[in-house]
Ligand binder design. Structure first.
Ligand SMILES: *Cc1c(COP(=O)(O)O)cnc(C)c1O
Length: 366
């Protein structure tokens, strides 16, 4: 049997007609940049994420970049980020000439450890970017408390967590700004790149809106230097169709996760820990295991897709050598990089496939 890590074709089959109609409408309108589809989808995301404003941009990475630009991050500033995340979280900081300052994660949730944040705060610290990794929110109450004590902005990297909840609140609605990604493999994935900034702050929303169109306001009159980063009308139309199904898909992911939890309970296979006050959307179902690489080879041989997120922590990346972090500076991050493995959890998995995957993993350790 073949069980890919993610099967986007299975999902597409269930929405094909609606998507094709939405695409055709955009094609007939020949309106590709901004316009009614983008405005409508922004309103839908704002409502879904319980914020006043949502600003479409070209990718999740650009959402981070534009959000950091909106709060004025630049050379001389420091921004605290976890080293266990997708590259863009730290890359966006460095791209603006600021310094990413890494703070280790909690092994049980893979999210930034709030107890370690204050030791990393200096007079140069301008912002914190907690990442809601694999679909579960970081401990936002603790993070917001530290941020307000030291007068720091909080930008939530919610690229993997749209629809996830922290103590009942929507991911991306808690910090000053939230950043989302519509990369195809995210829970709400487009047919290409796309991203969104969420915020309740009128002023930051306005800044982000101006920054994404080169900093022009009105058109052709630039008071600031922005970037060209907009969400395509085609992507907005597609994503709008998919957003209507998102909660149903998240529920299916949670159901699949619960199946694995039950199967792996009482074994040496470490299952994802979700805080009782959190609601995860399981962008990934990540197990924590001995002999990870051997297991991965075994599963791939059986036709089961799996992936390591992330094999090389950000502080160990060649491009960040100038930051002069010791390899061993973040022991929890390094341990997770050695032990974590994402297995298929996508909504369309059949019971048969789920059992095949869990059986294979249990057999490996039997
Ligand atoms: C995917 C991702 C991003 C970047 O999003 P893109 O749309 O691929 O640019 C940023 N942060 C995290 C945690 C992500 O998973």
């Amino acid at each position: 049997m073949n069980v890919p890590l993610l099967d986007l074709k299975a999902q597409y089959r269930t929405i094909e007609v609606k998507i094709e109609n939405a695409i055709r409408e955009v094609l007939r309108s020949q309106h590709f940049i901004m316009g009614p589809n983008v405005t409508r989808f922004e309103a839908e995301i704002a409502e879904y994420s319980e914020v006043k404003h949502a600003i479409g941009v070209a990718s999740g990475s650009d959402a981070l970049l534009v959000a950091l630009m909106a709060i004025g991050v630049g050379p001389g500033d420091e921004v605290i980020v976890p080293p266990y995340t997708f590259f863009a979280t730290a890359g966006s900081v460095a791209r603006l000439g600021a310094r990413p300052v890494f703070v280790d994660i909690l092994e049980k949730t893979y999210n930034i450890d709030p107890a370690l944040i204050e030791a990393a705060v200096t007079e140069k610290t301008k912002a914190l970017i907690p990442v809601h990794l694999f679909g579960q929110c970081a401990d936002m109450d603790a993070i917001m408390k530290i941020a307000s004590k030291h007068d720091l902005y909080v930008i939530e990297d919610a690229a993997q967590s749209i629809g996830s909840r922290y103590k009942g609140r929507a991911a991306g609605s808690i910090g000053q700004m939230g950043c989302m990604s519509f990369f195809p493999s995210k829970n709400l994935g487009g047919f290409g790149d796309g991203g969104m900034i969420t915020t309740d702050d009128n002023e930051l929303a306005e800044k982000a809106r101006v920054l994404r169109v080169h900093g022009a306001k009105p058109k052709y009159f630039n008071q600031v230097i922005g970037v060209n980063s907009r969400l395509d009308a085609l992507q907005a139309a597609i994503l709008s169709v998919k957003l209507a199904r998102l909660d149903e898909w998240s529920m299916a992911r949670r159901r699949n996760a619960a199946f694995y939890d039950k199967e792996f309970k009482g074994t040496s296979i470490g299952i994802p820990f979700v805080e009782s006050y959190n609601e995860s959307i399981f962008n990934q179902y990540v197990i924590n295991v001995d002999q990870r690489d051997e297991l991965m080879a075994y599963l791939k041989e059986k036709g089961i897709g799996c992936e390591v997120y992330y094999p090389l922590s950000i502080h160990r990346q060649e491009c960040f050598r100038y930051l002069e972090y010791e390899e061993e500076a973040f022991p929890v991050t390094n341990r997770c990089a050695e032990r974590s493995l994402a297995i298929p959890v996508y909504p369309e998995l059949t019971d048969h496939q789920l059992r095949f995957v869990s059986r294979a993993i249990l057999d490996f350790y039997a």
